[in-house]
Design a protein around this ligand. Structure first.
Ligand SMILES: Nc1nc2c(ncn2[C@@H]2O[C@H](COP(=O)(O)OP(=O)(O)OP(=O)(O)O)[C@@H](O)[C@H]2O)c(=O)[nH]1
Ligand SMILES: [K+]
Ligand SMILES: [Mg+2]
Length: 367
């Protein structure tokens, strides 16, 4: 089939990349291979609409203030975590692939309701369609952050393999979108400019990659010193940049020295579901990575309602807050007053576009 053909091409290119030594002489060859690889992967993901199993309970309604996807290899303890942190029970067992669908639960923390999605385990080759990998990954894309659960006994291999699988389908973990301006045009050829000296990519390489994508007219502006991978990401587009927490479970099974080593790695949290170790810290970290803010409302002449804050995304403005208070408030909005870190002075008068900060107090005056 067509899919098989693409899979074969992908695996051939991957092998060739591995075979090719990385040096000045092979630089362009490697860059071109990477561009080809990204193109085939994009084709694979788009694929014919009818293929693949659909609607098997994977479309879970979004609810609460934010969504967290729990991904990991089989039997790392994903379901045990869901059953421990939420009032939902998800079947846990010592055999692999216990969970076969998406099970949502709710974590209540700092006044927020955070939807936690337990998912089937994914394995190597998931991106290419093995197991339920593709379905799991497409649910993960809908989340605000990924919690990658790892077995502390299995070392760092699991983390590398999973990161690769997610990268293969365009998910970038804990990375910023490259600051490269790219726009296709109708004519005028290719114009490349940079606001700094480029040490990782040449004009020739940029042109080669664009030609691989049959792009002959475009404006390209590098605003920092990026390399081939980042440029390909920008050209291919549709990349999803997500914060990720690496959660090492089962630390009751490893030495304290090993726990200490893992805990110091960036974006890592060590836990034990069975021994209930460090779970409050994990909830704090999830909250932090979601970048939620709490905003309190106030009525004229009254004290702010500190018991019941609004939970908002970190870059929310007054309009977002109004939506969270009442459906029709925006229509009747006259002005708002703000106290707190976003205000220049106490009770500053602001409009709908004013950006709010964590723990601000807002008073809305209606028309
Ligand atoms: N020692 C230890 N075992 C744990 C811990 N957490 C979970 N387990 C065990 O790990 C096994 C797998 O747990 P599950 O929660 O089913 O794992 P899962 O990741 O949901 O597995 P799949 O749904 O099959 O992908 C079970 O036998 C759990 O009892 C822990 O903190 N320490
Ligand atoms: K299991
Ligand atoms: Mg499970």
């Amino acid at each position: 089939s067509e899919k098989m053909g693409i899979l074969e091409k992908i695996s051939e290119i991957e092998k060739e990349i591995q075979r090719t030594q990385k040096n000045k002489a092979t630089e362009y060859h490697l860059g071109l291979l990477k561009a080809k690889l990204a193109r085939y992967r994009a084709q694979l993901l788009e694929g014919p609409k009818s293929s693949g199993p659909k609607g098997e309970g994977f479309d879970v309604m979004k609810s609460g203030d934010a969504r967290v996807a729990l991904v990991g290899f089989p039997s790392v303890g994903k379901s045990t975590l869901l059953s421990t942190l939420t009032s939902t029970e998800s079947e846990c067992a010592s055999y692999e692939f216990t969970t076969l669908t998406c099970i949502p639960g709710v974590i209540e923390h700092n006044g927020a309701r955070i939807q936690l999605l337990d998912l089937p385990g994914i394995i190597e080759g998931a991106a290419a369609g093995k197991g339920r990998g593709r379905q799991v990954i497409s649910v993960a894309r809908t989340a605000d952050i990924v919690v990658m659960m790892l077995d502390a006994l299995k070392g760092d291999v699991q983390k590398e393999l999973l990161t690769k699988e997610l990268e293969a389908v365009g998910i970038r973990l804990n990375k910023k979108r490259p600051n490269i301006y790219f726009k296709e045009k109708k004519g005028g050829g290719i114009s490349i400019t940079a606001t700094c000296i480029l040490t990782k990519i040449s004009e020739r390489m940029i042109n080669l990659i664009l030609h691989e994508y049959k792009i002959f007219h475009a404006d390209v502006v590098f605003r920092a010193d990026y390399g081939t991978d980042e440029f390909i990401d920008v050209v291919v587009g549709k990349r999803k940049y997500m914060p990720c927490l690496y959660v090492y479970n089962k630390i009751d099974q490893i030495s304290i020295e090993e726990v200490d080593r893992i805990a110091w790695q960036p974006h890592c949290v060590v836990i034990s579901c069975n021994m209930l170790l460090n779970l409050d810290y994990l909830k704090d970290m999830i909250w932090k990575y979601l970048q939620l803010i709490t905003v309190y409302t106030k009525k004229p002449g009254k004290k702010p309602d500190f018991a019941d804050g609004l939970i908002l995304r970190s870059n929310s403005n007054v309009e977002h807050a109004c939506h969270a208070i009442h459906r029709t408030l925006v229509e009747n909005f006259k002005y708002a007053q703000v106290w707190g870190r976003s205000a220049k002075y106490n009770g500053q008068h602001v409009g709908l576009g004013h950006k709010l900060a964590h723990e601000d107090v807002v008073l809305v005056t209606k028309k």
